[in-house]
Design a protein around this ligand. Structure first.
Ligand code: PMP
Ligand code: GLN
Length: 380
């Protein structure tokens, strides 16, 4: 059949996880923790299933969970969101991202994405008849270059996708970035899709710069998050989308036919843990910062050059002192011969900068896993 996605193959995450299994490599590729979330959360899930909470949830999500998300949002970002009209629970952030794009992108619309970027945005834009316009982040610190972004806006531009903390780079927005985004979107009347799945993983005492902190941006944004990241359970696939009433209404038109609703027992469990243990997400920055620092320390004296990481759970490394092959070839070699799986950064670009020699390691791993990986990386 004629393909609707000619540029798309199997995702790099699947490819690299398979290589890791095949070669018994330590898997620092695909982003997922190798440890479980809180015991109380897993107990709450089992209890919900055993208590018969096994039928469809409301289309918009369990009220108790939406209530907890509203509390968290006010506590973290000082923004009151309406529990009934502005929060929708989704089957992972992936579903939310797709539903936002399907809800707003019309044939011929352009959507600005900032390269490198997460791999699901562009296929979703294309499937909905739009075109992704790629603008490079600063190649040194992966911050947005607002002038270049402004230069990419055309009368067809409908939306801009931003992601902070950033996958794959670990860079984070500043408050000034929010102001620049507000100015740009006001001037050109653009919508914002803000991918904030790593909202609770920000380091060095910085605050997460959610668009929800910014009144004007909050009025034109869809904010997407994921409990998979915050509670170390990527396999549960529960996320949510916060948007003003009119935008949420359009979002829900898609969501109700995409999945209709999300796994009920997990919603019960997240509502409970958010109520009983709000400290969990407040402790997350220190928890992952310790892992970042441990991993960097373990790689002291290796030939990898590590780039600064302000958030999320990825470490970008320059391997140009080890090899001059391209990053995909290097990752294949690293999994096969070096015994460690990583992700080539070129997978996140429309066209990666020539000669760039960067790969991404996921440090959401037990310390023993990080030690095992580092012992292999250090001898290369
Ligand atoms: N956005 C980003 C930036 C991500 O890193 C991920 C997870 N890899 C997602 C969205 C998707 O999240 P979920 O697993 O909840 O669908
Ligand atoms: N978000 C994860 C990553 O960046 C992978 C998700 C996936 O495998 N689709 O590694």
């Amino acid at each position: 059949i004629e393909t609707k996605l000619p540029k798309v193959g199997t995702t790099i995450f699947t490819v690299m996880s398979q290589l890791a299994i095949e070669h018994k490599a330590v898997n620092l590729g695909q982003g997922f923790p190798d440890f479980d979330g809180p015991q109380a959360l897993r107990d709450a899930l089992a209890a919900a299933m055993n208590a018969g909470r096994n039928q469809y949830a409301p289309m918009t999500g369990l009220p108790a969970l939406r209530e907890q998300i509203a509390r968290k949002t006010e506590r973290m970002y000082g923004r009151k969101v309406n529990v009934d009209t502005e929060i929708t629970i989704t089957s992972g952030a992936t579903e939310a991202l797709f539903a936002v794009i399907a809800a707003v992108v019309r044939a011929g619309d352009e959507v600005i994405v900032l390269d490198p970027c997460y791999d699901s945005y562009e296929p979703a834009i294309e499937l909905n008849g739009g075109r992704a316009v790629h603008v490079a982040l600063d190649p040194h610190d992966f911050s947005p270059d607002w002038q270049r972004i402004a230069d990419a806006v055309t009368p067809k531009t409908r939306m801009i996708v931003v992601n902070t903390p950033h996958n794959p780079c670990g860079s984070v927005f500043s408050a000034a970035d929010l102001d620049a985004l507000a100015e740009l979107t006001r001037k050109h009347d653009l919508l914002v899709l803000s991918d904030e799945v790593y909202e609770h993983i920000v380091f060095d005492d910085a605050a997460h710069q959610s668009v929800l902190r910014h009144k004007e941006l909050a009025e034109r944004s869809f904010v997407v998050s994921s409990f998979g990241k915050t509670y170390h359970c990527t396999g549960w696939k529960v996320g949510y989308c916060i948007a003003p009433r009119a935008l949420s209404a359009e979002f829900r038109k898609v969501h109700q036919y995409l999945t209709f609703c999300t796994f009920t027992p997990a919603q019960v469990a997240f509502a409970e843990i958010l109520e009983k243990d709000p400290q969990h997400y407040l402790d997350l920055p220190a928890f992952y910062q310790a892992k970042r620092d441990h991993f960097c320390h373990l790689l002291d004296g290796s030939r990898f050059k590590l780039l600064p990481v302000g958030g999320a759970y990825f470490q970008v490394a320059d391997y140009s002192a080890l090899s001059d092959v391209d990053d995909l070839a290097f990752c294949e070699w690293l999994a096969r011969e070096g015994g460690v799986a990583a992700i080539p950064l070129s997978a996140f670009y429309e066209s990666p900068p020539a000669g760039q020699r960067l790969i991404r390691f996921c440090f959401a791993k037990n310390n023993e896993t990080l030690q095992h990986a580092a012992s292999r990386l250090k001898v290369l």
